[in-house]
Design a protein around this ligand. Sequence first.
Ligand code: MGD
Ligand code: MGD
Ligand code: MO
Length: 836
Amino acid sequence: MPPPHSAAPVVAAPIAPAGPIAPAAPVAAGPIAPAAPVAAGPIAPAGPIVAAPIAPAASTAAAPIAPAPTLSPTTSPTTSHWGAFSVRPDAEADGGIAVLPHPADPAPSPLLANVPGALRHRTRVRRPAVRRGWLERGPGPDSRRGREAFVEVGWDEALDLAAAEVDRVRTGPGPRAVFGGSYGWASAGRFHHAQSQVHRFLNLAGGFTASRNSYSLGTSLVVLPHIVGDAEAVLRAGSSWPTITENTELVLAFGGIPAKNVFVTPGGVTRHVTPGALEALSAHIALISPLRADLPDGLDATWYPIAPATDVALMLALAHTLIVEDLHDRAFLDRYTVGFAEFEHYVRGGDGTPKDAAWAAALCGIDAADIRALARRMAASRTLITVTWSLQRIQHGEQPVWAAIALAALLGQIGLPGGGFGHGYGSMGDVGDHGPQRRLPYLPQGRNPVAEYIPVARIADMLLNPGADYDYNGARRTYPDIRLVYWAGGNPFHHHQDLGRLRRAFARPDTVIVHEPFWTATARHADIVFPATTPLEREDLGGGRRDTHLIAMHQAVAPVGEARDDYAILSDLAARLGFGEEFTEGRTAREWLVHLYEGWRADLSAEGHAVPPFEEFWHAGDYLLPAGPSHFTLFEDFRADPDAHRLRTPSGRIEIVSETVRGFGYPDCPGHPAWLEPDEHPTAGTPLVLIANQPATRLHSQLDVGALSQGSKIHGREPVRIHPADAAARGIADGDLVRIFNSRGACLAGAVLADGLRPGVVQLPTGAWFDPVSGFDDEPWCAHGNPNVLTADIPSSRLSQGCTGQHALVDVERFDGEPPPVTVTEPPVLLRKEDL
Ligand SMILES: Nc1nc2c(c(=O)[nH]1)N[C@H]1C(S)=C(S)[C@@H](COP(=O)(O)OP(=O)(O)OC[C@H]3O[C@@H](n4cnc5c(=O)[nH]c(N)nc54)[C@H](O)[C@@H]3O)O[C@H]1N2
Ligand SMILES: Nc1nc2c(c(=O)[nH]1)N[C@H]1C(S)=C(S)[C@@H](COP(=O)(O)OP(=O)(O)OC[C@H]3O[C@@H](n4cnc5c(=O)[nH]c(N)nc54)[C@H](O)[C@@H]3O)O[C@H]1N2
Ligand SMILES: [Mo]
């Protein structure tokens, strides 16, 4: 069996201290945690535009925005998924505003630098717009979607058209034909959370086909309950950083602890703790990743430059050494787990292949002696095993999560301070954070009368194959026939895989309605586009998971163009559809904030906390939440007493073997962690593995037109990192324009030669706005560098149906021709009705 990837084995090298992966601009970073998905944000513009005085949003909705009483006349507090900050008018600055990190933030995020330039950028949607063909021919499947000009219309006309279409579909084909999953991060803010608003609206309209899980964790959310009974515990109550920095001696970091990611937590962050925790970490770190940059420099670390998608082989070999050298904890395995005997049989070679270090070395490219030495060191140390979320965003992504837990069980340290396993240290800011874990105010969404849903990443499958059957977590399900797609707060033409296929899928419904602040590729693939405000243009309450503060998000500037809040748009539609009063409950947006805040305050007061009344909170700008414990360890209760604190698995124990999963009979997800060959192997046509990871310069596709993101582009294209040896073999020099391609598509990018990655691996982050070059409709060809033209739209397995966007097989060549221009940073062609 050939090694899955062509990279030459690289010797584990000690990591030299290098520069901190520091944020450029004076901005903050930090974790947080909201219950419901939280939003995404704004961007800013070109010309020196002075921040205008706050005018009430131009809306006929039931919710006029009252002028915000700000702390000082010049500074408006707010928050974002990447941190709390305040906004000050500054006529000299980009976008007419300056942003200042929250004073309580020890490590502000560099992503703040994208906010000013994006706010009034020319790609803001300024007026409602309707695709020309839809306006002229009416609803219906149309492959011209995404390829036609838009006609700007007045608000009343756009709202009338959208209301009539929602009504036609809900009363004709029925509410199951409305897809309202509307996945995406939107912006921070608990009330104006776009997805919550849309769901509340569609629930009242009669219901909709929903989506489940996330692109972040689509695989783990399904497999973890089978292994440990509860995904939430692992993801939201993992051992805290203070516990780790004080107790852990060795961290096995699969996927590293990528510092670029820790500034982000859904809903906002006021104090970013992970950068400080990483500085305080004295443990030795085994950085197991194809990229050296997945761990900040300056830590005591060894880099194991593993071949992508081979982590399970390494984990099994580590388990093999622990077993054959009798370094595993039999007492722990007996008391706290089920299935070890069968797993041991498999690891020792019951299927004919012992999973020993030599076997793994040939697959993962790490020297067998290094693997055995690492296993011995693990057994001799207080060891934490952590796996980034990226490892489950690939085919067979269940396996690295499950194998890591089995490996931690062999060590017997689960539930001990500093030991055991974790999932996503460095993936998100709230993992390991010890900020208070409490429910923040949220908008009630009501109940969906329709039970239909899809696993979120099956969107293109669903649109292309109505009536087809598919598997999901033990069930056989059928795709509904979608006629109307309603999206607010997400960018599927950023987040989904195989964008050529997604384009074909988006040709199928009768109508696509999108609310967007920006002319993203998704807005350009819609029929009706409503211009949405960003958080700086409205008032809200803000806070994220494990956030230390609730932030009074003041309105800082007037809405850009004719933009309205999602709430105002949906209020107007609801009024046209006859349920306006049910949707608004008679409240303006400000009245909702007071209502949600006061209800939440009453709950906290009942617990004995002195929370100020709304006006006082609003004037102060934020509220410091009561702190929670700083030290906690995942599964400490279970370890102390496994009978009193049974896990919610069938056995009550950690399931190294799951009879439930085995009973589903999926060849791509058997009953215990196993090495499964990926379907795709490098070939002569696609010899390189592309890692499409999260961008350091923005959140997903948000604010791609902002200064930090634009500053990283090369010839206006997204940078792709390539090893000097791979570049030399292709005649590519640093700064060259290159074409990355495979059978699914191609994109242009700017080459950055970097030896901090494993040869045979190239890295292109996600999030450059998809910019399809016209004339190449069958093989999408992105002028800007979006990796999802290259990734495969296949699930991790039939168990979870999670997305697999992290990897793709590709080749790269120097691009010497006349490059197609980047057009997505300009608005689309916008006609007036008089021009038709
Ligand atoms: N190849 C590959 N693909 C991936 C991944 C990967 O690892 N590799 N990662 C995946 C992951 S983990 C995720 S979470 C997804 C992220 O995918 P998304 O969450 O869809 O990406 P965002 O760019 O955050 O999209 C949010 C959109 O909401 C808009 N928005 C912001 N505020 C508002 C508002 O108030 N109202 C409205 N109406 N709109 C608003 C923004 O302008 C933006 O276009 O991508 C996934 N895609
Ligand atoms: N700056 C910034 N931060 C973010 C986000 C963002 O868009 N921008 N998005 C946020 C969101 S929504 C999420 S879900 C999280 C995602 O968190 P993750 O999914 O953990 O983040 P990624 O950056 O995609 O991947 C982390 C690292 O895994 C490594 N890796 C990839 N494949 C393999 C492999 O096969 N084996 C090993 N050992 N390592 C591998 C890559 O080198 C990569 O840098 O990030 C969050 N943080
Ligand atoms: Mo995510």
